[in-house]
Design a protein around this ligand. Structure first.
Ligand code: GLV
Ligand code: MN
Ligand code: MN
Length: 421
């Protein structure tokens, strides 16, 4: 049995839904600031739950706040085929990162309703909690708990830079559900996302068939010097944590360049204390994000960074402590799910290529517990984690069409397998 060619999503409805939710946390520059577990996150969750229920779904929530909206199938004893991504954003987030993955899932369900298509297995749309890791490190925290990578207590204990705990904030916004995180089983999981890089646009491709995700490690560095007077302390007697941190930050960039072009390294968060213009800084905190498609290269970047930090600390007469707070190894997605995406793109005539993700995604952790793959669509100039992030309506529509078709293809494959076909 083949999937009818006319099964396509409602492009206008999907776009309008994206623009509607973009108002929740809208920034003056056209982006979204909707950090995880804030009141704005609660608002978009309330919206999502209501929209899914209006589409006939039952919404369950687990004890990490992950939301599962279920459309029943013919055989509800089967594990659902899931479509998941995230509705939280960066502080200067765009309208598309994560959002299109969740809302295309909702649109897939609305389309199945319109066309009165009954799937064999149930379909679920998932909103994963704290994908971004901007407020509470690390990223992909609750798909990580779901996949058994992190204990629930670890997630609950994570603190933001103001000292708010993840668990308390989850309770505060009222999204601690009753289901044990990870108890939910999937037959398969698909995630549609913007590429967040320049490759698809440069090659004129509409669809990225994502075969995996590169390896990444996060670190936190605390540099401790000594506060003293900016006017009366000779340069030779200083223990300046800021100057040492600055050299370390340059070292991070140099290390990544040495492992280029595939290796990347970023210091995105810096805090200086006491942050007073006439006090020599006594302590500096900064983050490091290293990524590379080869795990061995990520490990080498870590070794080089640790050596550089120790050498700079010794030379600058400060102390430096490096803590690795996240290690997400490179991921290879499931061949059957990759095949489903490839067939879906070909069936609809979209120019496509295989691609490895530079960004982290919930799918990377879900892949540990269910057959998983992803679909990318281009974004203008490859720009993301930026309020100006831009993807055209046609591109989002193409991604949602491929997503829906890959889900139906998988549902059909599973049904045939059950029948012994
Ligand atoms: C998630 O957005 C990441 O850091 O890749
Ligand atoms: Mn994302
Ligand atoms: Mn992101």
């Amino acid at each position: 049995m083949s999937i009818a060619a006319n099964i396509t999503v409602n492009a206008e409805r999907l776009w309008d839904t994206i623009m509607e939710t973009a108002r929740i946390g809208a920034t003056p520059k056209g982006g979204i600031k909707r950090l995880t577990l804030t009141d704005l996150d609660r608002q978009v969750r309330d919206w999502f739950r209501a929209a899914c229920e209006a589409a006939g779904c039952t919404v369950t929530i687990d004890d990490m706040g992950n939301m599962f909206a279920r459309r029943p199938g013919r055989d509800n004893t089967l594990p659902p085929i899931a479509i998941g991504s995230h509705l939280d954003t960066q502080p200067t987030g765009g309208k598309f990162d994560g959002v299109i993955g969740v809302l295309s899932g909702l649109e897939a369900i609305r389309t199945l309703n319109d066309l009165q298509i009954e799937t064999n297995a149930p379909i679920e749309v998932v909103n994963w909690t704290n994908e971004e890791g901007s407020r509470f490190a690390p990223a992909m925290l609750c798909s990580g708990v779901f996949a058994g990578v992190f204990p629930r207590e670890f997630a609950d204990s994570r603190e933001d830079r103001e000292g708010h705990r993840f668990g308390e904030e989850l309770d505060r916004i009222g999204y601690r559900g009753t289901e044990t995180c990870g108890a939910h089983k999937f037959g398969a999981h698909f995630e549609l996302h913007i590429e967040q890089g320049p490759i698809l646009e440069a090659e004129g491709k509409t669809i990225g068939i994502v075969t995996g995700v590169q390896g990444m490690r996060w670190f936190e560095v605390n540099v401790t010097g000594r506060e003293s007077h900016a006017g009366s302390t000779p340069m030779s007697l200083r223990h300046d944590a800021m100057v040492a941190a600055a050299r370390m930050i340059v070292a991070v960039s140099d290390i990544a360049r040495r492992h280029g072009p595939a290796g990347v390294g970023t210091v995105g968060l810096v805090e200086c204390r006491p942050n007073s213009r006439n006090v020599i800084p006594g302590s500096v905190f900064f983050s490091i994000d290293f990524r590379h498609p080869e795990d061995s290269a990520v490990a080498a970047m870590e070794d080089e960074m640790r050596r550089a930090v120790a050498e700079i600390a010794a030379a600058d007469a400060v102390e430096a402590a490096v803590e690795r707070v996240w290690d997400s190894p490179a991921v290879r997605f499931n061949d059957d799910c990759i095949g489903a995406v490839e067939r879906a793109a070909a069936a609809q005539g979209y120019p496509a290529r295989r691609i490895v993700s530079g960004a982290g995604h919930d799918a990377a952790y879900v892949a540990r517990v269910a057959p998983t793959s992803m679909i990318f669509v281009p974004c203008e100039g490859g720009l993301s984690h930026n309020e100006a992030e831009k993807t055209e309506k046609d591109q989002v529509t193409a991604g949602a069409n491929v997503l829906l078709r890959a889900v139906l293809d998988t549902d059909q494959r599973f049904a045939e397998r059950e029948r012994g076909g």
